[in-house]
Design a protein around this ligand. Sequence first.
Ligand code: SAM
Length: 225
Amino acid sequence: MVHEALHYLLGGRIEGTYLDCTAGEGGHIKAILKATNGQARVIGLDVDREVLDLAEQNLEEYRGKFRLFNSSYVDFEAVLRQAGVERVDGVLLDVGTSTFQLKSKGRGFSYELDEPLDMRMDLSAKITAADVVNSYSESELSRIIFEYGDEKRFARRIAKCIVNRRPLSTTRELHDAVKAAMPPAERYKRKRHFATKTFQAIRIVVNKELENIEGVLRSIPGFLK
Ligand SMILES: C[S@@+](CC[C@H](N)C(=O)[O-])C[C@H]1O[C@@H](n2cnc3c(N)ncnc32)[C@H](O)[C@@H]1O
């Protein structure tokens, strides 16, 4: 995947300025700088302050060739202005959760850990996963799980179980609500963990992922060289 992303992003160029809207742990930024022998420049954004600290460490050898900003890509224009850059040669968006967020304790993204239901990528944001599961109506939850989780057959049953078990405050409680909504045969036959789709759906809502992506995709083309 990284190889393909670089192929389309760089198109064989070894110079230029690139915008990584979702810097995460800095994996793609490092790959860009490596592929261009350190000749490219990269501006990286992430809403998660904690993951940017890790990116900074991971990119140590390329110091001076990248700049990281703790900002949402929704505000990329302001960041480009601050960086003194008018247009860029390419833009990268690698949406979803970073490994760091899934594995870190206390962030509430993973059904494998038992901790507060949070799921905020931006820790200064107000709405948490607990707010969503405890305040949305059963039909709203069902729609979200169906549409954003692609949970076609069990969305309504999962939403009902969540509502019956309120208030939910931990990832374990959400995991158990999904488990109770699904027959064992369904749970066992799935290739991925049975709670994956529901967790994904709630995370997308908490972080306004679809609205954000739609907005940035509309405005980014105007900033490409
Ligand atoms: C899949 S990870 C990116 C991994 C990265 N490409 C790498 O190579 O390490 C997605 C990242 O997007 C960040 N993110 C999510 N919404 C964002 C937003 N609106 N603005 C900036 N970053 C965002 C998350 O915090 C997360 O670190």
